[in-house]
Ligand binder design. Structure first.
Ligand SMILES: [Zn+2]
Length: 172
């Protein structure tokens, strides 16, 4: 990937590809899946120059991610047929056994942390999992699976673009 490639989308005022840093030239929405720990690092540390624009672009794609509705059914009360709204995980250093619940079934997951957005997921790992790289990936996997992401095979640019519902006419 070269920096000379066009990867700025004027319409959304965002970079599709990282304009700097160790993942320069990589598709930002893909990094949301493959390197959430790095995304978190960017959000906290890219505060100058083109880094600010990179963070703006990351936030744009996080917004798209958050707007993707949950696809999974609630696992709160037996027989609840609602669509899940929250990812529920027990606060622990190592995350495990996620559940997905609708608003009404929140009382069924007492003691769990409720996560609705990408940002909340990152904060959760910072708070309970000591910012572990593995747990960042895990929580984002849980969250995206609730939105219909299939975690099989390689996370290709095309797969990510389809998940986000982005059209393919971006120029690279
Ligand atoms: Zn429910």
């Amino acid at each position: 990937m070269k920096t000379s490639q066009a990867y700025y989308d004027a319409k959304t005022k965002s970079y599709w590809y990282m304009p700097l840093g160790k993942h320069e030239g990589e598709l930002i929405p893909r990094l949301l899946f493959t390197h959430p720990h790095y995304i978190n690092w960017c959000l906290h540390n890219m505060t100058e120059g083109v880094g600010v624009k990179a963070v703006g672009s990351i936030k744009y794609f996080i917004g798209l991610f958050d707007r993707r509705p949950a696809r999974i059914r609630c696992q709160g009360r037996p027989g609840c047929r609602e669509r899940a709204r929250y990812l529920a995980v027990k606060p622990a250093v190592k995350l495990a056994h996620p559940k997905y619940v609708c608003s009404r079934c929140v009382p069924e997951v007492k003691g769990y942390g409720l996560i609705e957005t990408y940002g909340e997921a990152l904060e959760f790992v910072e708070k309970y999992c000591r910012g572990s790289i593995v747990e960042f990936s895990k929580v984002i996997k849980y969250l995206s699976q609730g939105k219909g992401w299939r975690d099989k095979g390689k996370t290709t640019d095309m797969k990510v673009i389809r998940f986000f519902g982005l059209n393919g006419n971006h120029n690279r």
